[in-house]
Design a protein around this ligand. Structure first.
Ligand code: SAM
Length: 243
């Protein structure tokens, strides 16, 4: 990309960010924060068993789901890639009035836990998929989220997974990626320990700027990363608009 184009796309992404911030400040309000989300998840998580209940209930203290929700437009048609037990789709239905909130996960247990959410089954659909069949077709969704999934995907296919995701999405749809910032090596290491302990996996974090470049290579307009710390975990979020 020549320097004029780079400058132009940075301006476009800055203005996307500005207008998203403005719209979402108005619509999300200041009442959505980690504590209010933990309260929203209290009842449904009581119907889950063991570790799933604990992980779902307190997820907003570890992962800034409020930040993700702030970029989901009111009335969105949402698809959540690697949705775990379905907390984000559930919250998007309740707090962003999502028209539909669908998603999949490769974990059978996580998808089973999602049954605890007592919501309209047309609007809320969480299915199981085999990793080799993903990402699925994403036609008909205006918002796709991917929260802490990329670092669980083998490093040699991460870029390809991102490219395929963009290729599956409708033109004009937005992809919201929240992940752990790989350039913050100490914080990222703490998350590696966290995943080793809880998921029994050695995960592979990426730098947000590298993710941006992959998405831009597909013609997407990508916002600058937003950085947020929770406890000792460094999170980044970027929003990409599909060309
Ligand atoms: C840290 S959890 C995040 C779950 C959920 N997104 C959340 O934020 O609560 C990571 C999830 O990614 C899922 N995962 C791993 N590889 C995946 C893949 N290829 N496609 C979709 N999900 C995947 C795991 O099963 C796990 O549920």
């Amino acid at each position: 990309m020549d320097s004029r184009k780079t400058e132009q796309s940075t301006k476009i992404s800055d203005s996307i960010e500005g207008s998203l911030k403005h719209r979402n400040r108005r619509k999300t309000g200041s009442s959505i924060n980690s504590s209010s989300l933990v309260r929203e998840l209290e009842l449904p998580s009581k119907k889950m068993s063991g570790l799933a209940a604990l992980k779902t209930h307190y997820r907003p203290f570890i992962c800034p789901l409020d930040l993700v929700l702030s970029q989901i437009p009111e009335g969105a048609r949402l698809y959540d890639i690697g949705c775990g037990s379905g907390a984000l789709p559930y919250l998007a239905l309740k707090l962003r009035s999502a028209e539909v909130a669908h998603g999949y996960d490769i974990s059978v247990e996580a998808v089973r836990s999602a049954k605890a959410f007592d919501v309209d089954r047309e609007k809320f659909q969480i299915v199981h998929m085999q990793a080799q069949n993903t990402p699925p077709p994403l036609h008909g969704y205006d918002t796709v989220t991917m929260v802490d999934v990329l670092h669980h995907i083998p490093p040699n296919i991460q870029d390809d997974f991102l490219r395929k995701t963009i290729a599956q999405m409708d033109s004009g749809a937005r992809l919201i990626i929240k992940d752990i910032e790989g350039s913050k090596v100490v914080g990222a290491f703490f998350n590696q320990l966290h995943d080793l302990l809880l998921a029994k996996e050695w995960v592979h974090h990426r730098r947000s700027q590298d993710i941006r470049r992959v998405l831009q290579s597909m013609g997407a307009t990508v916002s600058q990363p937003v950085l947020r710390w929770t406890l000792w975990y460094p999170h980044f979020q970027i929003v990409a608009l599909v060309p």
